[in-house]
Design a protein around this ligand. Structure first.
Ligand code: HEC
Length: 343
């Protein structure tokens, strides 16, 4: 009997020392045993749809604040479509857990010391005519004349923060990696508008057209009804796909405009799915195609598109503040929603 107890004790001491135990509350790491357990967990219980929400979450994981996938996301890091296809689960895990170990070609970080003593760093976007354009991790570009640079060095550190993953639970890391390995779950991104341009405030009477409706352009200032000049601001959709109207451009008792584009391969019909918590008026290529004074969920809106970029402009009522608006397409080849017209 005492032999048996000793055996149990010995086994539990052994178990306590395994990597499994050490990892339990923490994150997966790059040890071969840990990566094998990650592979197992991804195929056994990974939830790619939950992983997609993590990819789109702009607070914790922030992936879409830097990367594009299926046309959704920003232009700081490389577009991920082609590389994910080729990467194994282990390679993806390594890229996330230790971004600086292997830098994707063309995305090395540069650190420049300026003659005035300031240090700037970022990706080298271009170097022409005696000028250097660096982009930082927030997507902000700085143009510096070469003559103002005392020294420039390639940095061994990736612009991609290694600590992002430590903020995720173990399960969410499994879900994120499942999403990155699931082309089917990724294709569902295709019909989404991940970011849009917001301007306001305007009068709460959303049926009264404002001059900007003729040619909405985030590069230009918009004129408010009261004769004030207003800027456009890029805002991100929440992971549920909805934009929430808050801040100085969208105070209560007003209305605002949200702007995005829809690229179409040809002249055709398409269906927009609309979610809005309050009244909205939707304009496609400057023509009103939908009006409602109350909220609606999953409203089906057939529209007619011209080839190339189509303007999707929405006037959103915001009487109580915090109105939400969302739009998506049925995923379809040849159609794409985007906050940028030039892609
Ligand atoms: C601050 C910007 C930023 C954020 C946030 C960010 N990345 Fe990155 N990522 C980069 C940059 C820049 C590179 C290229 C340099 C490198 O390889 O580390 C990169 C590289 C990668 C690569 C390797 C691509 C290749 O072609 O080898 C993968 C995969 C990746 N990121 C996935 C993610 C995921 C998933 C997230 C969210 C958890 C994320 N990244 C968050 C900037 C970012």
């Amino acid at each position: 009997m005492s032999n048996h107890i000793a055996g149990i004790l010995a086994a539990s001491i052994l178990l306590a020392g395994t990597a499994d135990e050490r990892e339990k509350d923490g994150q997966f790491d790059r040890e071969p045993g840990s990566l094998a357990r990650l592979e197992e967990a991804v195929s056994a219980r990974g939830n790619p749809d939950r992983g997609r929400e993590i990819f789109l979450d702009t607070r914790d994981a922030q992936c879409s604040s830097c990367h594009r996938l299926q046309g959704v996301g920003a232009h700081v890091g490389p577009s991920l479509d082609a590389s994910l296809e080729k990467m194994t689960i282990r390679e993806i895990a390594e890229a996330l857990l230790a971004p600086s170990r292997k830098l994707a070609e063309g995305y090395e970080t540069y650190t420049a010391a300026r003659t005035d003593g300031k240090i700037i760093s970022g990706l080298k976007i271009r170097e022409t005519g005696g000028e250097l354009l660096l982009r930082d991790g927030l997507g902000k570009d700085t143009l510096v004349p070469r003559s103002e640079i005392a020294r420039i060095e390639k940095s061994p550190v990736s612009l991609m923060p290694a600590r992002l993953i430590s903020r995720l639970s173990r399960e969410d890391f499994v879900n994120l990696v499942s999403f990155l390995k699931s082309p089917v779950a990724q294709r569902k991104l295709r019909g989404r508008l991940g970011a849009a341009w917001l301007t306001g405030p305007f009068s709460r009477v959303i049926n009264k057209p404002e001059p900007l409706e003729k040619n909405p352009d985030p590069a230009k200032v918009a004129l408010s009804g009261a004769g004030k000049f207003l800027q456009w601001k890029l805002i991100s959709a929440r992971s549920d796909g909805l934009f929430r109207l808050t801040g100085p451009a969208a105070p209560p008792k007003s209305s605002s405009y949200l702007l995005g584009w829809l690229k179409s391969d040809k002249e055709r019909e398409a269906v927009l799915w609309i979610d809005h918590s309050t009244g909205v008026r939707i304009l496609v290529n400057s023509k009103t195609v939908y009006k409602s004074s109350v909220g609606s969920r999953k409203h089906r809106l057939p529209i007619r598109l011209q080839p190339g970029w189509n303007t999707i402009l929405t006037r959103v009522a915001n009487a109580a503040g915090g109105s939400t608006f969302g739009v998506h397409l049925d995923p379809s080849a040849g159609l794409r929603l985007s906050a940028y017209r030039q892609e």
